[in-house]
Design a protein around this ligand. Structure first.
Ligand SMILES: *Cc1c(COP(=O)(O)O)cnc(C)c1O
Length: 386
């Protein structure tokens, strides 16, 4: 039968029977079976609320763990230089982000054949799930964890075992081992963990790589720069380890969506079957290279965050508050009346994240940490609430 015939027939039945068209549309819009159990991600960010506040008022956007300051001035310069060069926006970006991968060799200490640049590290996590997970595959993830990964794994029809510890603020390696088996396809680890800040000892990660050689182990290091603890060198030795990182947090490039992963070249080859070499936009590539060229700026910001965390530690201790000052750029605070605390903070222009729905984090809020100057002002407002 010709496609013309099919089109004519389809058109005719549509004209005659809206009800039938409705039935057919239901078939068209039905999502894949593995996606049916998922609910849409409701992205709540304070951005709009902050923009709606009176001009000139100092506000604190501390809900998404972003850097609280602009990136290195070299980033702006590099973007402007790019825009005024012959490489204008009509051209696709450099394929495979090769300049960025070159720059990342020095920064990560692993060679370019181990590195893939991605559209944020979320893109890296999704690429891994799309490449390696089939319906029914077993995935282990200690929780609470970064939920996006769970969504990507679930959308592939994976069977996820969430490992709960007695307390959310320990690494719980024993619990992870209890949940593992030879047919665990992926183990997802985050260090420092979001939202608890728990850092994994690279020795523990190495032991897991050794003891579960059939399992692909993802080590999400989105907050590596703040902790300076890394499993990166292990990717040269263990073909079952993938480290993911991002420019969205310490480097302050969240709006441009740049991340990367590092792994054995055979994994890079596997991922390359699906990987889109255009996935990092041109301005993101240029910005990330410029950010890597100014590590003094990065280190200054890291020192600011460390000093700010000490101020917050003293403040919360003085209030007898149950606060975890994490090795990442956020703190987690348990409060008596969370809705009331959130309202009081927002009334003062302080936007934090409610994490009370996460396992082990009842009554907890998460707050990003910025510079000392910002933190001193912040503490004045916190003092009115705590
Ligand atoms: C923020 C975050 C990411 C995602 O960052 P991108 O902006 O997609 O690079 C990944 N993992 C964790 C644990 C995060 O907190």
């Amino acid at each position: 039968m010709s496609s013309l015939n099919y089109r004519l027939r389809a058109k005719k039945s549509e004209d005659n029977a809206p009800a039938l068209r409705e039935v057919r549309a239901r078939k068209a819009i039905e999502v894949a079976p593995a996606v049916q159990a998922l609910t849409p991600y409701i992205a709540v960010t304070s951005q709009a609320a902050i923009e709606a506040r009176p001009n000139g008022e100092t506000t604190f956007k501390l809900d998404w763990n972003e850097s609280t300051i602009a990136p290195s001035p070299r980033v702006h310069e590099a973007i402007l230089a790019h825009l005024s060069s012959h490489r204008d926006l009509n051209w696709y970006p450099q394929l495979g982000s090769t300049d960025l991968v070159d720059a990342l060799q020095k920064y990560t200490g692993v060679s370019g054949e181990h590195i893939l640049a991605t559209n944020g590290s979320d893109d890296a996590l999704q690429l891994i799930c799309n490449t390696y997970l089939s319906e029914g595959d077993k995935v282990v993830a200690p929780v609470p964890t970064y939920n996006h990964f769970l969504v990507f794994a679930e959308s592939r029809g994976a069977d996820i075992t969430r490992v709960c510890a007695d307390t959310a603020f320990t690494s719980n390696i024993e619990g992870i081992r209890d949940a593992m088996s030879q047919d665990t396809r992926i183990l997802y680890l985050v260090s420092p963990n979001n939202p608890t800040g728990v850092v994994l000892d690279p020795k523990d990660v190495e032991a897991l790589c050794q003891d579960y050689p059939e399992t692909l182990i993802i080590l999400d290091e989105a907050y590596f720069e703040f902790s300076q603890v890394t499993g990166m060198p292990l990717v040269r030795e263990y073909p079952n380890l993938i480290v993911t990182r991002t420019f969205s947090k310490a480097f302050g490039l969240a709006s441009l969506r740049v991340g990367y992963l590092a792994a054995d070249p055979r994994i890079i080859e596997g991922l390359s079957r699906i990987y889109n070499p255009k996935s990092v936009n041109a301005l993101g590539q240029v910005a990330a290279v410029a950010a890597l060229s100014d590590l003094d700026y990065l280190n200054d910001f890291l020192a600011e965050v460390r000093a700010s965390k000490e101020l917050l530690r003293e403040f919360f201790a003085s209030k007898n508050a149950d606060a975890q000052i994490t090795p990442a750029n956020f703190v987690v605070v348990r409060v008596d009346n969370l809705p009331e605390t959130l309202r009081a903070l927002e009334a003062r222009g302080v936007y934090v994240r409610d994490r009370s729905g996460y396992p082990g984090l009842k009554d907890c809020l998460r707050m990003s940490v910025g510079t000392v100057e910002q933190t001193e002002k912040l503490i004045e407002r916190l003092a009115e609430v705590f």
